[in-house]
Design a protein around this ligand. Structure first.
Ligand code: FAD
Ligand code: SIN
Length: 532
């Protein structure tokens, strides 16, 4: 058993920025951060385009960033949260710079990039490696605090609540409390009980529920699924963001490599194989329209032209400047035989970001007492029905600071819960057939990609729910008899994510933002809530 003051599950931008601020404010508190693989591996690390922030008030304004965020969010953003994130964001980015983060400059000024849906250049970036730079900075900063401990290869399996003390807990129980988590120590294969006075879930996204995704393999929605099992509130799961331009690689790879939207901000144009532009047919902002519009347009053009990808034309751009801005993208294209200065880059939409997740308030409280959530696993109200590009790193930085402030104020009233039993592994044996797990994962991805993708319909969603139900029952059967492994736990979590996305999509009888269904192509005049 491990006892700690604060347990933070996740070491990306959400988890680390929260941890650093608590460690800084209260050196006497012990902060334990879990990461299920190495400390540097996260969605954060792969962020390319950058972090959006109103930087130069002479050319930009909070009002414009707020308007762009609301426009992308298609009627479902929470205005209070949008204002908080946009107005506090620049200060949080400045903190990051003070902690050592480097962003590209032209002479002495920050080189602000542009991405889809933004009316101004406001994206701070470090070449096409912004996430790597942020992850590096946060990890280095976290090493300055002796009260902050990062445990690598610790896989959180379930949140601990009154349920583990034998009480019945339902989604209607008024005060569910979180006392920590059970976590699989991947080195010993033991499931440890980690008790904490406060718990922060910062486990990132769930892109691995689809066949094609830009998300690394760690993105299996563990925090959202654990919170759902603990009967916490989950919201807006139907809004799955597909990035319009993942690199189409016929060899197939997981994850798909991203060709940043910043490349379109730099002047690249979407075209068909024949070199015809098509985005003017869908939106006056053409290749720089918000992501939902561009991804649907590409999907439609692929269907019209009978193609499995479209193209991004960079051939008219200056080679030296392109390579300086996008060295990783350039090298990756060259490595698969495409020279972006001579060939059009083949691109295809891929699952990229979960706009929904654990429902939290303005201070990051989930519906479960003593449990906060931060980053991509949350639904704060910022993104609504579609996230504006480069707003998620910003959201995690702003909420990290808010959660830390709340934990610091509240924690003295909370103590470690006594009487929590150890994990019960009685009656389980080592799984004899790993194929049951790997094959079910493949089936899940196929179901989600075929029936719950960019374009949905009642028939497809019904078919998906039927298939998911079968996968759920088969997997629960394996779970009750097998020793728990990260693979089995991730499969269970991804099936839960698949169910939440599909069920939320079935409940929304309109098309809005990232959710498009051929049965209800119009938007309803009122706003629906879908708290699950
Ligand atoms: P992550 O960074 O994913 O961190 C999750 C952490 O949780 C990891 O440490 C992981 O090990 C841990 N974890 C997960 N499950 C468990 C478990 N069961 N037990 C223990 N630990 C666990 N956003 C932008 O704003 N700008 C961009 O330019 C941008 N580009 C992107 C490019 C790519 C290719 C991708 C994939 C995403 C991009 N995004 C971008 C989105 C953004 O990177 C993420 O939303 C953000 O980094 C998420 O941060 P996080 O802290 O919530 O989660
Ligand atoms: C990109 O660089 O295109 C990704 C930006 C984001 O997801 O916010």
């Amino acid at each position: 058993m491990i006892q700690t003051d604060v347990l933070i599950i996740g070491a990306g931008v959400g988890g680390l920025s929260t941890a650093i601020r608590i460690a800084m404010a209260r050196p006497e508190l012990e902060i334990t951060v879990l990461t299920k693989t190495e400390e540097g591996e996260s969605n954060t690390r792969y962020a390319q385009g950058g972090v959006a922030a109103v930087w130069d008030l002479k050319i930009d304004s909070y009002k414009k960033h707020i308007a762009d965020t609301l426009d992308a969010g298609d009627g479902l953003c929470d205005l209070e949260i949008v204002e908080i994130v946009v107005k506090e964001g620049p200060e949080r980015v400045r903190d990051l710079i003070d902690w050592g983060a480097r962003f590209d400059k032209v002479e002495e000024q920050y080189d602000l990039g542009r991405e889809g849906g933004h009316s101004e250049n406001r994206i701070l970036h470090f070449k096409d490696l912004t996430g790597w730079e942020i992850q590096r900075t946060l990890l280095e900063k976290s090493k300055e605090y002796p009260n902050l401990h990062i445990y690598e290869h610790f896989f959180a399996v379930d949140l601990i609540t009154q349920h583990h003390l034998g009480y019945t807990v339902t989604r209607l129980t008024p005060t569910i409390e979180c006392y920590g988590a059970y976590a699989l120590n991947k080195e010993t294969n033991d499931i440890d009980t980690i008790l904490a006075r406060a718990t922060v879930v910062a486990t990132g996204g769930a892109g691995q529920v689809y066949r094609n995704t830009t998300n690394p393999v760690i993105a299996s929605g563990d925090g959202i699924a654990m919170t759902y099992r603990a009967k916490g509130h989950i919201e807006n799961m139907e809004f799955v963001q597909f990035h319009p331009t993942a690199l189409y690689n016929p060899a197939g790879e997981n994850p798909d490599f991203l060709v940043s939207e910043a490349v379109r901000g730099f002047g690249a144009i979407l075209k068909t194989r024949d070199g015809e532009e098509f985005m003017h047919k869908y939106d006056p902002r053409k290749s720089l329209a918000p992501r939902d519009i561009v991804a649907r347009a590409i999907d439609n053009e692929m269907k019209i032209n009978g193609e499995d990808h479209m193209f991004l034309d960079c051939r008219h751009l200056n080679k030296e400047a392109f390579v300086a801005h996008f060295p990783t993208i350039y090298d990756k294209c060259i490595s698969i035989g495409i020279d972006p200065m001579k060939d059009m880059i083949p691109v295809v939409p891929a699952c990229h970001y979960m706009c929904g997740g654990i429902k939290v308030d303005a201070m990051g409280h989930s519906s479960i007492s003593r449990m906060y959530a931060c980053g991509e696993c949350t639904c704060t109200g910022l993104h609504g029905a579609n996230r504006l590009a480069s707003n998620s790193l910003l959201e995690a930085l702003v909420f990290g600071q808010r959660i830390a402030a709340d934990v610091v104020d509240s924690i003295d009233a909370w103590s470690i819960k006594q009487g929590i039993p150890a994990w019960n592994a009685q009656g389980t044996t080592l799984p004899k057939e790993m194929v049951l797990i790997t094959q079910s994962l493949k089936e899940l991805k196929e179901v989600m990609s075929s029936y719950v993708g960019i374009v949905r319909s009642n028939v497809r969603l019904k078919r998906a729910l039927d298939r998911l139900s079968l996968l759920y029952h088969e997997t629960e059967d394996v779970y009750h008899h097998a020793v728990l492994s990260p693979q089995l736990s991730e499969l269970r979590n991804l099936i839960t994510i698949g169910y939440l996305v599909t069920r939320s999509a079935s409940m929304r009888r309109e098309s809005r933002g990232l959710h498009y269904t051929t049965d209800y192509p119009e938007q309803l005049p009122f706003i629906q809530d879908s708290i699950l």
